[in-house]
Design a protein around this ligand. Structure first.
Ligand code: KIV
Ligand code: ZN
Length: 399
């Protein structure tokens, strides 16, 4: 199946569009807001990273958000620049249309809730009113751009027949991307795969649009759900750097990008992410927001390529593939690190001493130093280079 898309032209079936929402959904995490300069710096990095779409903000939300989207649309070339709008919000679509105007390629992303719970308690609207707004909102958005995305907020908890009617209405009114969010991170991978497959099979016109997945991480399933959505036929993935986003966050871009690159046998898809830029993009976001990622975070965490146990260190020194499924360089690290601690072995110890310039130590000196190192490692969590230098200098002096 090949789709003719207003921004991307002909899209082959194995092509995954990466839609980054770090600057919109990501920024909605408590304490993560960014000023215009910071957003511009991030947008520039996202463009070098190769994302296809940057969701730059929610222009009607504040003058600051409008200005950020406008400045990004003016300055950033390469990705499609997207502004968020409520379907049926008072000035939302006009403000979004105005904010993205300077962009080379531009998108309006409009959304409205479709689940019974949200329609009844949040919107206080009847389903037929929601359907009417979907038609009106997408028709209005098409006045500003041919690239229109529509989202069914709380889509994964929406009654299937009604969801089909909503998606059909959005397509008829001109939406070219249909996003089905798991807004509250409730779905399982099986649910998500079946949901996309059902929509693609049942909705008239489904074959003319791109389906998109947007998964939150409340149960820690956002990345798994996103990959399941691709199996069900989604070809756009909405994600954020470091997985930041509302509550427990969104699906992490770096994890999805590397899952697809590392396992082409299981996931035969293509994306345009320059994976060597992943680490620097993650680090810049952490610097700007002041929130570092946890050490064991896949791909970009401090320990993602660090080995402490002796058995692992020995294996990595002989052949890194024994304990590494991708190279550290492929995601922007300079090399894997052997961290010395109480589980480390003689091979890593000797290797580290060589790296520190102690090439000429005899076996006895190494053995004595290793015994003292183990003693120290029992007392200290991690033995740093300066501890080793002190320890070995002592050893050399004593002999
Ligand atoms: O999680 C969600 O439903 C959203 C929509 C606005 C797309 O972020
Ligand atoms: Zn979201």
């Amino acid at each position: 199946m090949t789709i003719d898309h207003p921004s991307f032209g002909r899209i082959d079936d194995d092509r995954i569009i990466i839609f980054d929402t770090t600057l919109r959904d990501g920024e909605q995490s408590p304490g993560f807001s960014m000023n215009i300069d910071e957003k511009l710096r991030m947008a520039d990095l996202l463009a070098s990273l190769g994302v296809d779409v940057i969701e730059a903000g929610f222009p009607v939300a504040s003058q600051g958000d409008f200005d950020s989207v406008y400045e990004i649309a003016k300055a950033i070339r390469g990705p499609v620049i997207c502004g968020l709008a409520r379907t049926g919000g008072r000035d939302d679509i006009a403000r979004a249309g105005e904010a993205i105007r300077p962009a080379e390629r531009r998108r309006i992303h409009n959304f409205i809730s479709t689940s019974p719970l949200h329609m009844k308690y949040k919107l206080r609207m009847e389903p037929e009113t929601v359907l009417d707004l979907i038609t009106r909102g997408n028709t209005e958005a098409r006045n500003y751009t041919d690239d229109v995305e529509w989202s069914a907020e709380d889509g994964s908890r929406t009654e299937p027949d009604f969801l089909c009617r909503c998606v059909e209405a959005a397509i008829r009114a001109g939406a070219t991307t249909i996003n089905i969010p798991d807004t509250v991170g409730y779905a399982t991978p099986d649910d998500i795969e079946a949901l996309f497959a059902m929509l693609r099979e049942r909705v008239p016109g489904a074959e003319t649009v791109i389906f998109s997945a947007h998964n939150h991480n409340d149960l820690g399933l956002a990345v798994a759900n996103t990959l399941a959505a691709v199996r069900g036929g989604a070809r756009q993935i909405e994600c954020t750097i470091n997985g930041i986003g509302e509550r427990a966050g969104n699906a992490a871009l770096e994890e999805i990008a590397m899952a697809i690159r590392t396992r082409p046998d299981a996931m035969p898809y293509r994306h345009n992410i320059v994976t060597e830029h992943l680490l620097r993009t993650s680090r810049m976001l952490a610097t700007i927001t002041g929130f570092d990622v946890q050490p064991n975070k896949a791909i970009v965490g401090r320990n993602a390529f660090a080995h402490e146990s002796g058995i692992h260190q020995d294996g990595v020194l002989k052949n890194a593939a024994t304990y590494e499924i991708m190279t550290p360089e492929s995601v922007g690290w300079t090399k894997s690190s052997l961290v010395l601690g109480k589980h480390s072995g003689r091979a890593a110890f000797r290797d580290k001493l060589r790296a520190l310039g102690y090439g000429e130590l005899g076996d006895n000196q190494i053995n004595d130093a290793f015994a003292r190192f183990k003693d120290l490692a029992d007392r200290k969590k991690v033995v740093y280079d300066e501890d080793l230098v002190a320890l070995v200098d002592d050893e050399v002096r004593d002999h």
